[in-house]
Ligand binder design. Structure first.
Ligand code: HEM
Length: 479
């Protein structure tokens, strides 16, 4: 063989060899001797479902971690699963090897939300929808929403004031729904807003009920309400097309999308993604806000410090007669830390689900194809190795940034929450008005946790609210 030919031949052999190694490395093919992680698979068929649901789920996960370590197997809701309680393992599943783990939801839930919603997907479709959602929730867009979110927050707080008992979680759900509608549709006609709310509420009620087609059941009512929601979104789309409205909100971004072949999204794809975003936004933010109120209420020194921080802003806005600005919302350092600590303590999304698309080996353990994989965010957030004295509520711990991949209230990787900045913004704005103009009292003993399915303080944290400015004026008039 000629010298040039020999060189080419050697290069070809080497490149084949290295591509083989590279491809196999990325596939993480399990070696023959890889074994299943430790743990118990419970009873035939039901596995450990009863153990998980008959007690506080956090106790189930924590006990397992103490017994088996940071990776263990179990069997819940009819599925074999591997649970992962270390930052590295969560990063492996959600970030570095996300292509080996696909999102997985029960079919009944997928049908109710809408099968084209981004969180059920991966690959190109997921990437393109995610870009649109992220674009509509970017910081440039959010900064213009501050005055409107403020109006929604003030109106919500005023409706709670007067001393009657309210269910904090329910009221926070109304608030986060209204902010969600604002981010999706901008200013929307009251008729549509009310119709969307009424039908969404029925979907919400049926979402966690037993799936069946029997007329009159919660699930069946939810399916019918979901159809009406699609019709409503189609009407709003038609209306915008007729008026040639060119808006920058989420609906606008979804309507304007065209791929390189000129293909646009169908009305059903748009509706599924809008309902999906509303769904992802509402209970999560409402639950987080309810916890913040509880933590502020239970930590009077912190509440005073947060009040002092907000009072400076309030006074610089001529006692609230000027609107909050975007840069003021970015300067609420202590309030922001209190929000982060509330998110850590409550760990609303305690874990997430993925499914292994191939046999995968992690740290010598086999994760078999088809098994569910659950990164346990809450266990990581409550691990003393990463957060000292983890059960103590201490916002000051966020003076120092947490170690990488140890703080994931909004998830991590390709499916991480695109609404995290909106969620934090609405919390900051609501807290600003709450602590500068209102006072509140929690009613009854409030130490329990309820799962709805997100953890919420017992009974939704019943509380009474008073408008301090109105009370002060009345006192002055009487004096
Ligand atoms: C405190 C409030 C919130 C929390 C704690 C939260 C948490 C999360 C988490 C942990 C995920 C990732 C789930 C996974 O990997 O399986 C997620 C995804 C998502 N969140 Fe949020 N979220 C919040 C508020 C919001 C808001 C306000 C919006 C929209 C306005 C939103 C929209 C979404 C969407 C669309 C996804 C799916 C992303 C994808 O699959 O690519 N979330 N959220």
């Amino acid at each position: 063989m000629e010298r040039g030919g020999l060189l080419l031949y050697i290069l070809l052999v080497l490149s084949t060899f290295f591509s083989y190694i590279f491809l196999n490395k990325n596939k993480i093919k399990p070696r023959k001797r890889a074994k299943l992680p430790p743990g118990s698979m419970g009873w035939p068929y039901i596995g450990e479902t009863l153990q998980l649901y008959s007690q506080d789920p956090n106790i189930f996960f924590t006990t397992k971690q103490q017994r088996y370590g940071e990776i263990f197997k179990s069997h819940i809701l009819g599925c074999p699963c591997v649970m992962l309680a270390s930052p590295e393992a969560a990063r492996f599943v959600l970030v570095t090897h996300a292509h080996l783990f696909k999102p997985t939801y029960p079919k009944s839930k997928e049908q109710i939300i809408g099968p084209s919603a981004l969180f059920f997907h991966e690959g190109d479709y997921h990437t393109k929808i995610r870009k649109l959602v992220q674009g509509s929730l970017s910081l440039e867009v959010l900064r213009n929403l501050v005055p409107d979110i403020e109006t929604i927050a003030i109106s919500a707080l005023e409706s709670w004031a007067g001393g009657h008992i309210i269910n904090t979680f329910h009221e926070m759900k109304e608030f986060s729904f209204d902010v969600g509608i604002l981010a999706i549709f901008g200013h929307l006609d009251t008729y549509y807003k009310e119709a969307l709310k009424k039908n969404y509420c029925m979907v919400d009620k049926g979402y966690n009920s037993f799936p069946n087609t029997i007329p009159g059941t919660l699930y069946n009512k939810a399916v019918l309400a979901r159809k009406r929601l699609s019709q409503l979104v189609s009407e709003i789309i038609c209306d915008r097309r007729e008026k040639r409205l060119d808006k920058k909100d989420l609906l606008g971004c979804l309507m304007q999308y065209k791929d390189e072949k000129g293909q646009i999204l169908t009305d059903n794809q748009i509706a599924d993604n809008i309902i999906g975003v509303l769904f992802a936004a509402q209970d999560t933010t409402a639950s987080a806000l309810t916890w913040i109120l509880k933590f502020l209420h239970d930590n009077s020194k912190l509440l005073e410090a947060v009040k002092a921080e907000q009072k400076v802003i309030y006074e610089s806005n001529e006692d609230g007669s000027k609107s909050l600005t975007w840069s003021q919302t970015r300067s609420m350092i202590l309030t922001h830390r209190a929000i982060l600590e509330s998110l850590r303590m409550s760990s609303i999304i305690s874990f997430t689900f993925r499914e292994a698309v191939a046999d995968v080996e992690y740290k010598g353990y086999l994760i078999p194809k088809g098994w569910k994989v659950m990164p346990l965010f809450r266990n990581i957030h409550h691990n003393a190795e990463f957060f000292s004295d983890p059960d103590k509520f201490d916002p000051l711990r966020f003076e120092v940034a947490p170690k990488p991949n140890t703080f994931m209230p909004f998830g991590n990787g390709v499916h991480a929450c695109p609404g995290n900045e909106l969620a934090k913004l609405e919390m900051l704005i609501l807290i600003h008005h709450l602590v500068t103009n209102f006072r509140w009292e929690v009613v009854g003993s409030q130490n329990g946790i309820q799962y709805s399915p997100f953890p919420v303080p017992q009974n939704g944290l019943p509380a009474r609210f008073w408008n301090q400015t109105v009370s002060n004026q009345r006192q002055q008039e009487c004096a």
